[in-house]
Design a protein around this ligand. Structure first.
Ligand SMILES: [Zn+2]
Ligand SMILES: [Zn+2]
Length: 325
């Protein structure tokens, strides 16, 4: 990028200079030599970039990356075109700077790709509608070069996450194993889907793999649309570092949500809910339990499932194994 000719010129000054440059260019336009025309247009190009970047004052943001985040912070949760970021950044490499803000500096900037991949994994569920309510756009129609700042605060563990993700990316192993390893290092923390996508090396099936950890393998990986309506859309959250008993796995998400809703998101034994979480109380999350064990042909349907807190769930299983002995 060319250096600005004056320190912090006003947008109006830059605009009139640009008009003057374009006026001069009229003479060149009629000359036959192509290269002369191209070279004559260069100052206007630089001036236009300066004009774009001058729209956010120097005191608010002094470099391209700061201008991009300053712009996004003005319009949180709205869909922003990449071209807008190109204008305010005033640089050609705006997409790379935006990616750095996302993965390296821990800003919750989502790309259209991530929203679309999350929605495509659950097209018939509530997720596409939830995303639409959040950002005012249909996630299945959002473009890859559109961006949304989902929350106005920075992840304080950004540097730690960045290092951890990059070391996991280098490991051999499946996308699912990497996602699980990352979530297990971040139990009880809200993890943006954007990070899981980056961790998966941009493999498109990351959303499905994250879901399978819950539905197939019984890890308490929860999202807004799978039993934790209090979470923001697009967040993944490992409630505890443990897998449910094999007989309580393979519950489809729609059945899970149906049972939790029926039981009022409360343990049917003690009435505990997420709202009651307190340090020192061993009750930390809710699980689903099969009344008639799945292994004994108990169905994966709502009428064979109940909601229990982790303490009562453990107790029920202890009693069950005692009876078996
Ligand atoms: Zn309980
Ligand atoms: Zn159980």
């Amino acid at each position: 990028m060319a250096r600005r000719s004056q320190p912090d010129p006003t947008p109006e000054k830059l605009r009139s200079e640009l008009v003057a440059l374009l006026k001069d260019f009229a003479k060149e336009l009629h000359k036959p030599e192509l290269r002369t025309k191209v070279k004559a247009l260069i100052p206007a190009f630089h001036k236009l970039r300066d004009l774009g970047s001058s729209l956010i004052p120097e005191r608010e943001a002094s470099n391209a990356r700061d201008r991009i985040i300053a712009y996004l912070l003005r319009y949180p949760t709205r869909v922003i075109d990449g071209d807008e970021l190109m204008v305010v950044s005033g640089i050609g490499e705006w997409a790379r700077r935006t990616r750095e803000l996302r993965v390296q500096f821990g800003w919750w900037i989502y790309t259209g790709v991530t929203f679309r991949q999350m929605a495509e994994d659950a097209p018939d569920g509530p997720l596409p509608k939830q995303i639409k309510e959040e950002i005012g756009a249909d996630p299945l129609e959002i473009k890859p070069d559109q961006y949304v700042l989902l929350r106005s605060e920075q992840d304080r563990d950004a540097a730690y996450h960045w290092n951890l993700i990059n070391s996991l990316r280098k490991h051999k192993g499946s996308v699912k194993q990497k996602i699980l390893a990352y979530l297990r290092e971040n139990v009880g923390k809200q993890i943006p889907g954007e990070e899981l996508r980056y961790l998966a090396g941009d493999a498109s099936e990351w959303a499905r793999r994250a879901r399978e950890l819950r539905t197939e393998e019984g890890w308490p990986v929860v999202t807004k649309n799978s039993g934790r309506p209090d979470l923001p859309v697009g967040v993944y959250f490992l409630e505890a570092d443990r897998q449910s008993e094999p007989h309580d796995r393979k519950i489809p998400d729609d059945v899970r949500v149906e049972v939790l809703t029926r039981d009022g998101f409360k343990c049917v034994e003690c009435g505990w809910s997420r709202k009651d979480v307190t340090p020192g109380d061993p009750r930390q999350f809710l699980e689903l339990h099969h009344v008639q064990a799945h292994a004994d042909k108990g169905a994966n349907t709502a009428d064979n499932l109940i909601t229990l807190c982790n303490v009562h769930h453990d107790k029920v299983h202890k009693d069950m194994s005692r009876k078996r002995k």
